[in-house]
Design a protein around this ligand. Sequence first.
Ligand code: ZN
Length: 128
Amino acid sequence: MEHFKFSKSSEDNLKGVHPDLCIIMRKALALSPVDFGISEGLRNKKRQLELVAKGRSLTNNSRHITGHAVDIFALPNNAISWEFKYYQAIANIVFELSKTLSIEIEWGGKWDDLNDGTHFELSRKDYP
Ligand SMILES: [Zn+2]
């Protein structure tokens, strides 16, 4: 069976993202029960300040600015869904890979403030 592949725009959005995070997201897609894409990787400071101003991000010091974070969108049945269960399923695969590959990942779906199931980042401890 042909498995999921990142679209051209998802590939473009991985440009400038830390290679270890790219490895995780590519392997996650290969194993994921649900298709997904990359909506954003590297982000410039200006856009980050705009997101903070809109209340969509809580920090000026986002991991996106340094290429240590990605946001995804789930594509069950070829249509975007924001239902948390899909992001949970993808996160489960990411955490398995994180253990196997010893690449420590944090998931926004576990955050208490501004819970964000779309967001994955390399741990600040291992990737300062
Ligand atoms: Zn994010």
